[in-house]
Ligand binder design. Structure first.
Ligand SMILES: C[S@@+](CC[C@H](N)C(=O)[O-])C[C@H]1O[C@@H](n2cnc3c(N)ncnc32)[C@H](O)[C@@H]1O
Length: 390
């Protein structure tokens, strides 16, 4: 399989040539099934009408999702675009495949339609899509990188504890900790679930009061730091740089960013997914390349990528898009509510872009982050030696 290439054809053919557990991030924006209507130019968008029934469509989704699971690394992530109806069915398929729902993201598209006149439909005006964010194996990395390697330290502490004839409760009390206030922290020092590294102070106390626990603390600490490093390096990538909620507000593509593809996704949104859930040089797979937004964002963010697209007319469009020299990059990630950015802080109209340029986005001002409530917890292996978290 060649990297940084679009495979023209069915996504299943591409999936078959990707070996197991190789991919860091899959982004899939599939047809939503019979939502595309023939446009004023007579484009029928047959790719959205390939299935005889919704059941057939779901069977097809199950086929490629099964393959997606196979190609993902254990710490890999998947983002699937869906509409409000299909999303419920696809979520069930993914759950049944044993994938883990991390978020059901609501993408709000303020400029998607004019609300005027909607009241005649006697329902609320739909201005959202869903993005299902799943991980492959929750807990895998914890087991491999944290719990298992901690066994060595844990076994040693248990051996010394038994030599000193200490129950876990007594071990706590000896360190001046009682169950009430500390929840029996010694269980975490010595047990296989939720391992916590003993602090220097408590280790010293145990040594002084029992005469056992003779291995120098710094040696244990060195061992522990290796565990910690391995864990941090190998856990699922998640580095959000903006607000952390599951409601994202992005306008649909502006006329300057638009290609002829009817369902092109905004590159700022795609960049956000790639930036948050992968690292430089990671391998990103896009099963439904369309206008090439994912490959373009991967090029900009230095990710390796591979994608499939069925329709030959889009392949030439993608190639053209990827070859553009004068792409105006997003120099910085934007914080705060994207809503403000797309509606107020851009000045597309006044930018002196050369003919043929693809305008990605250009903003004068980076809004301040104003979120505090839903900040994610800091990376943590629970209590660190000397009582510090990461
Ligand atoms: C919703 S669009 C993707 C739009 C894309 N995210 C973008 O930003 O331009 C879905 C694309 O999948 C392609 N497609 C449909 N069935 C496919 C299949 N079985 N394998 C590969 N591509 C397929 C369609 O031709 C269409 O371009």
């Amino acid at each position: 399989m060649e990297i940084d290439k679009i495979y023209q054809g069915d996504c299943m053919d591409l999936l078959k040539v990707i070996p197991d557990s190789q991919v860091d991030l899959v982004i899939a924006d599939p047809p939503y099934f019979q939502v595309m209507v023939t446009d004023h130019l007579g484009n029928k968008y047959e790719w959205d009408k390939q299935w005889d029934s919704f059941e057939d469509y779901l069977k097809w989704c199950k086929l490629w999702l099964t393959e997606v699971k196979r190609i993902l690394k254990p710490n890999g992530s998947i983002y699937i675009f869906q509409d409000d109806k299909n999303c419920a069915y696809v979520q069930i398929i993914m759950d049944k495949l044993g994938l883990n729902l991390e978020n059901n993201i609501t993408w709000v598209k303020p400029n998607n339609m004019t609300i005027k006149g909607w009241d005649k439909f006697r329902c609320y005006a739909p201005i959202t899509e869903r993005i299902l964010f799943y991980s492959k194996e929750r807990g895998y990395i914890e087991n491999q990188m944290k719990i298992k390697p901690m066994k060595k330290i844990r076994d040693y502490l248990n051996k010394e504890r038994k030599k000193a004839k200490l129950s876990l409760d007594k071990m706590c009390l000896l360190c001046g900790l009682n169950d009430e206030g500390h929840g029996g922290i010694a269980y975490h020092w010595c047990s296989s679930k939720n391992p916590v590294m003993i602090t220097r102070e408590h280790y010293k106390t145990l040594k002084q009061k029992t005469g056992f626990f003779r291995i120098p603390y710094d040696k244990l600490l060195k061992e522990y730091k290796l565990v910690q490093e391995g864990y941090i390096k190998n856990r699922r990538t998640f580095n959000p740089k903006r607000n952390y909620t599951d409601v994202w507000t992005y306008n649909i593509t502006s006329s300057q960013e638009n290609t002829v593809h009817p369902t092109q996704k905004p590159i700022v949104l795609i960049r956000r997914i790639i930036d948050t859930s992968s690292k430089e040089n990671d391998l990103v797979v896009d099963l439904f390349v369309g206008s090439g937004t994912v490959p373009l964002a991967c090029q900009q963010l230095k990710r390796r990528w591979v994608g499939s697209e069925k329709e030959s007319e889009y392949i030439s469009l993608i190639n053209k898009r990827l070859k553009q020299k004068n792409i105006h990059h997003f120099e910085k990630d934007v914080g705060g509510y994207e809503k403000n950015i797309v509606s107020k802080n851009n000045n597309f109209a006044s930018q002196p872009f050369a003919e043929g340029d693809i305008i990605i986005a250009k903003f004068n001002k980076i809004p301040k982050r104003n979120f505090t409530l839903d900040e994610p917890p800091s990376v943590s292996l629970r209590a660190f030696p000397d009582g510090k978290g990461t």
